[in-house]
Design a protein around this ligand. Structure first.
Ligand code: AMP
Length: 280
């Protein structure tokens, strides 16, 4: 069974007393199998695993779903406790926002350039909120490894850049995207979908898969750009659908090792994202 801690000071003291390899899994809760796969990986790799559950207000825009974001701590803990090795896990779920952002908190961590495109372009300030909270979680957790999902690939690369630039002494692990049987990436925001929207949501993973397959078959980047353009013209649910060099988030070029195909698809209240990486 895991342990639950609700204050930062208690968490810091607990962490200081932990021997061996420590893994950190930051989440906003409402855990699904995608989150649990990160925790499982951390349990496998580490002696102790810190799971944080905090709906971070700084990463939500003024018109986004911060107020309605599902908060399900009790069932989250049950899910963690159902994992083999859950006795290695300490859950830190701050009891209020002041635990993380005390009055007069003045600092913001901002990674430039790669936050200007894809989700960053449509969610101004989002990644600054992510890096600010993740930096703080790194500080109090002092992890040897931190685990993030490929579903949020841009988030992973932004955190990687922050960690490299600020010489943070930890390793980052990217865990593959966990999907429903039909291919839709698991997400807490899938809860917002009606039955019809849930069906239509498959356009996102299906399109990414189809485009990736065409690129592998034809090795034709211009054709890929044309296919993307057509999809965007024919379906207004797309917020973006883009192909970039997966390391620089710039146009692909002859030296590109990996292409990132990424999309955001808006269905009612639910904004869904997904991506595939294609080695070239
Ligand atoms: P969130 O609670 O949405 O902030 O996500 C916490 C962590 O879980 C992030 O590193 C996400 O990338 C990861 N995650 C969320 N959904 C999935 C998924 N379907 N597969 C793998 N990782 C995921």
């Amino acid at each position: 069974m895991s342990q639950l801690i609700k204050t930062k000071n208690e968490f810091i003291n607990k962490r200081r007393a932990l021997p061996g390899r420590v893994g950190l899994v930051p989440t906003m809760g409402n855990l699904h199998q995608g989150h649990l796969d990160l925790v499982k990986q951390a349990i496998e790799d580490c002696d102790h695993v810190l799971v944080t559950i905090f709906v971070n207000p700084k990463q939500f825009g003024p018109n986004e779903d911060f107020a309605n974001y599902p908060r399900t701590l009790e069932s989250d803990i049950e899910k963690i406790n159902s994992l083999e090795g859950s006795d290695k896990v300490i859950v830190f779920a701050p009891e209020n926002n002041e635990e993380i952002y005390p009055e007069n908190f003045q600092t913001e961590i901002r990674v430039k350039d790669i936050t200007d495109v894809l989700c960053g372009k449509y969610r101004p300030g989002h990644f600054d909120g992510v890096t600010t909270v993740v930096y703080q979680l790194f500080s109090i957790s002092m992890p040897h490894f931190a685990y993030f999902g490929q579903k949020d690939y841009q988030q992973f690369k932004v955190i990687e850049k922050m960690s490299q630039d600020l010489l943070l002494p930890l390793g980052l692990v990217m865990v593959p995207t966990t999907r429903d049987e039909d291919g839709l990436a698991l997400s807490s925001r899938n809860n917002y979908l009606s039955a019809d929207e849930r069906k239509q949501a498959l356009t996102l993973p299906n399109s990414l898969r189809e485009l990736a397959q065409n690129l592998v078959d034809n090795k034709d980047y211009i054709l890929l750009k044309d296919e993307i353009k057509k999809k965007l013209e024919n379906d207004s649910h797309w917020q973006y659908l883009e192909v970039y060099d997966a390391d620089t988030f710039k146009e692909v070029h002859t030296e590109s090792k990996t292409y990132l195909l990424a999309g955001a698809y808006q269905l009612g209240k639910a904004r869904l994202i997904d991506n595939v990486l294609i080695g070239v």
